[in-house]
Ligand binder design. Sequence first.
Ligand code: UT7
Length: 334
Amino acid sequence: MGKLHAIITGIGGYVPDYVLTNDELSQMVDTNDEWIMTRIGVKERRVLKEEGLGSGYLAKKAVRQLLDKTDVDPDTIEGVICATCSPDYHFPSNASEVVEEMHFSKAFAYDLEAACCGFIYAMDTASCMIESGRYKRLIVVGAEKTTSFVDYTDRSTCPIFGDGAGAVLVEATEEDLGWQDSILRTDGSGFQYLHLPAGGCVHPATHETIDAKMHFIHQEGRTVFKYAVTNMSNLTAEIAQRNGLNKDNLDWIIPHQANVRIIQAVANTLEMPMDKVLVNIQHYGNTSAASLPLALWDFEKKLRKGDKIILTAFGAGFVFGSAYLKWAYDGAEK
Ligand code: UT7
């Protein structure tokens, strides 16, 4: 048997119906469309408003669409990895909810937390499982209800984030396609610049943590911005260099959708023209671990078998990573 590769063979996605526009945000905090578009590049974002629903619901919607599109037999799914930093509960996992709802009778399930880099980390894990020969068919989901910890009185963070989910089917092939290479890194010194102060076991919810607004994202935007540009650009350059990729033979860069200026800086590293960089931040904002699968979902029709793609992301931790993927099917035919 030849070397096994992990290929993505289908994509499902879901975003909530509610569209929070820059105009509506401008009535909530002192901001405006021009500032948000120039500094971040977000026009609107989706918000899951319904009481009692969370990222697990979004994950299930995305996986349901994935099953419908691919017509895969649920009994052949061997595992679900859900990347999320906004899980429904500390336990059990969102992935358990997916397995229950979809009646996957032979699947393991767990969540993986690597913040905005979660999808790359989860894909890398799933790919290693497939390449080992132990598993043949897995589902990787990125699902977030980031708006559950956004402070809508803080103008420096509330325009950025949105909710959504994307799910991919990952299968084995002997063809030279799929997940080719990855570089994953973590710099724990980033904690102070980007974290959710309370709600974990160090600061469980109390009246005091609520009064002190500790259940909202703490982000020092300028510092995070600099780290994101440097690390996403460096890892993109490194993975390109070691795989012989450049602006002429690379088909797409798909960056984490956190800020259009970060995306442009990453593209500049390889002198990639922006029409080869997939950007949907204007519609969804930063959906953390859902951002890369939602970009694949939105642009699936553009992707062709054999297309060479670099994925790159950066998030709280700090965690960052880049991956090189050879696309496995003609998206237009799905
Ligand atoms: O995915 C996880 C990783 N997270 C990120 O990648 C986020 C990285 N950081 C960023 O995207 C940007 O730093 C922000 C979008 C968060 C902020 O943009 P910035 O260009 O770095 O702005 P700044 O924080 O340096 O603030 C510039 C000015 C300030 O006013 P002064 O002090 O110059 O008078 C802010 O008060 O812009 C002001 N400002 C706003 N003005 C209008 C901050 N937020 C707003 C706003 N509307 N929403």
